[in-house]
Design a protein around this ligand. Structure first.
Ligand code: AMP
Ligand code: MG
Length: 402
């Protein structure tokens, strides 16, 4: 299965969470709207001045006018203005009902006590914002599936919405697996021969941290069939989806895919993808499970390209395809036709074009290929080695982790 096919299969299977909860607007960043939201009032709710100046009746600006009052933002002028009258007004203030023109204060030729005279000019616009100029009461501001970001949150606040209906965040359990692994924090001198630090659990949790999901750290699975079985069965009861890394190849100590098959169903295993080939996906009871490969680079690439979009779907939002930008290779790139490959690269913008180079030996164990990387370089399965100057697609990491 190619990446695209696997993604389509994941999106088709993972139905969005349907439970809805209420959330205070100020705590809603990153949450997914469960219902469309409409404006509770028009904006501006009253005719408002767009500038500092004088509110007059149209056509009166070439006469000497009596200033009969002031209208400030939050302190409206109460009353009408008549011919020969005007009101001092400021940006955001209510425009008196029978005024239909603001003359800018820059056009004042003379101000003597309560009388004002303007420069001879013809105003190019009224400088009055009509009711609903920004937003009309009842109009839709956002749709189901939209993610609350600072801009949308501001719009909702301005439109009188202070409580939003959002989808429950799916609970995602994160495991690592392997008897060789020790927790970060164990002193280097205390690592026994053959042991390494467990980096995947931390990275996967971090890759989910910006998503509308609730991450549960479920610890590490030992390389024992019974232990894996027990932990996945228990995890499935409390999670909407689980993610494991490691133990998914065909080694003697690889129990993940056989356990998924034993406890539930294995929807697919092995992808035509580099790195990330041994990825497994399935379901245990009502819980989805992603068995990611253990090599740290494979874990990250599959988490970025498959798990995150799949979880976005589960969380009730729409995962747009990642941003792809054309960039010119600054160095040759080795690639065996067969599997689409995602190499780690560093891109820069030069003279209006993007240039990219890979980060060295692309072994899937080498987390150092991410040092200074800011993109994945996509190399289609159909092509072979590439030369300097060839064009490739790059996927910026800022977009893949947003
Ligand atoms: P496995 O598929 O379990 O054989 O793992 C493949 C490789 O990834 C082995 O070299 C493991 O030691 C390594 N690996 C697996 N899980 C982790 C992890 N959580 N952190 C760092 N390396 C890991
Ligand atoms: Mg292992």
């Amino acid at each position: 299965m190619d990446l695209e096919e696997a993604l389509a299969s994941l999106k088709a299977q993972l139905l969005p969470i349907s439970e809805v909860e209420h959330c205070a607007l100020q705590h809603s960043r990153g949450r997914v709207l469960a219902k469309p939201v409409t404006a509770q009032l028009s904006l501006p709710p009253f005719r408002a001045s767009a500038m500092d100046g004088y509110a007059i009746q149209a056509g009166m600006h070439d006469q000497i006018l009596n200033v009969t009052g002031e209208s400030l933002a939050g302190h409206p002028f109460q009353g009408d203005i008549g011919p020969g009258e005007c009101v001092r007004i400021f940006t955001g203030a209510l425009v008196p009902a029978n005024a239909d023109q603001i003359i800018l204060q820059e056009e004042v030729a003379e101000r003597e006590g309560m009388q004002v005279r303007f420069n001879a000019h013809s105003p190019s616009e009224s400088y009055i914002r009509p009711v609903g100029n920004d937003l009309k009461v009842g109009s839709q501001i956002a749709d189901q599936g939209d993610v609350l970001n600072p801009f949308l949150m501001g719009s909702l606040a301005s439109a009188g919405v202070n409580l939003v209906e959002v989808f429950r965040r799916p609970v995602i359990g994160v495991f690592s697996s392997g008897d060789e692994l020790r927790d970060p924090g164990v002193e280097v001198k205390d690592l026994l021969e053959g042991q390494i630090y467990d980096s995947n659990r931390l990275t996967v949790k971090q890759l989910l941290a910006t998503m509308p999901v609730e991450v549960r750290d479920l610890g590490r699975l030992a390389d024992e069939a019974d232990v894996v079985s027990e932990a996945l069965r228990n995890g499935a009861r409390i999670c909407d989806a689980m993610i494991t890394s490691g133990g998914v190849s065909v080694g003697d100590a690889d129990y993940i895919s056989e356990t998924i098959e034993k406890l539930g169903t294995l929807a697919f295993w092995r992808l035509n993808l580099k790195p990330g080939k041994p990825m497994a996906f399935g379901k245990i009871e009502n819980c989805w499970i992603f068995g990611l490969p253990g090599n740290p680079v494979s874990t990250i690439v599959t988490a970025l390209l498959l798990v995150r979009p799949a979880l976005a779907t589960l969380a009730g939002t729409v995962a747009e395809p990642p941003l792809r930008i054309k960039a010119k290779l600054t160095a040759p790139l080795q690639h065996q036709p067969g599997r689409t490959e995602y190499q780690r690269g560093t891109f820069t913008q030069r003279n209006g074009e993007f240039e990219v180079g890979h980060t060295g030996d692309q072994g899937s164990n080498r987390l150092s290929t991410f040092h200074n990387a800011n993109c994945l370089i996509e190399v289609n399965k159909a092509i072979g080695n590439l030369q300097s100057g060839d064009w490739v697609n790059i996927l910026p990491l800022t977009d893949l982790t947003k």
